[in-house]
Design a binder for this molecule. Structure first.
Ligand SMILES: Cc1cc2nc3c(=O)[nH]c(=O)nc-3n(C[C@H](O)[C@H](O)[C@H](O)COP(=O)(O)O)c2cc1C
Length: 167
């Protein structure tokens, strides 16, 4: 699939079939995440692959929407803290965003659906995923076969987003 088609095709999938995600597809999705660039190549993050089957009730404490536990997999992207002795600006959230975007675009290419989820309950995520104190959950995505139609992309026009040469 052409990249231009891929970015048109990706949408937030909020309905999933229960069909399993093939393990080789999961590995390809994770490999795309691994290859993503990060500041100073630090890769200061962890992805947690969570199987939803049988864990629906506790996972819905993390994010309440029923479609959150419809797909067979949910992935949590977590970050380690920055090292203030060696860095002046913390890019780790940016890094996590790039990593998850790689993951999501590869998933789209493989026919899988995803949805960025930032409005989750961090305390519930911490407890249920057993996160160490210094590790912070940043974003989740669902991962499974879509069972929801795409909506038309509502976006600001470029003229509202881009300036040339100076402010
Ligand atoms: C960082 C981030 C957090 C998001 N959090 C949520 C969320 O908690 N729940 C949700 O349903 N969608 C969430 N979304 C999806 C956005 O609402 C969606 O990407 C946007 O409306 C554009 O729609 P599209 O993804 O279908 O193109 C999030 C997206 C991003 C990038």
């Amino acid at each position: 699939m052409e990249f231009s088609e891929l970015i048109e095709k990706r949408y937030s999938v909020r309905g999933y079939k229960p069909d399993p995600v093939e393990d080789d597809k999961l590995q390809q999705v994770l490999e795309a995440a691994r290859l993503a660039p990060t500041a100073a190549n630090r890769q200061r993050l962890q992805l947690i692959v969570i199987r939803t089957e049988g864990r629906e009730d506790e996972l819905r404490r993390i994010y309440h929407e029923p479609w959150f536990t419809q797909p067979p997999l949910v992935i949590a992207a977590c970050r380690y803290p920055m090292d203030p002795a060696r860095e002046t600006k913390d890019y780790t959230d940016v890094d996590v965003g790039i990593v998850v975007d790689h993951l999501i675009l590869r998933a789209t290419e493989l026919g899988l659906g995803t949805c960025w989820i930032g409005a989750f309950d961090p305390a519930a995520a911490r407890e249920i995923l057993g996160l160490p104190d210094e590790v912070e959950p940043v974003v989740f995505t669902t991962l499974g076969y879509p069972d929801a139609d795409p909506r038309t992309k509502a976006r600001k026009p470029l003229s509202d987003l881009v300036r040339y040469e100076r402010w």
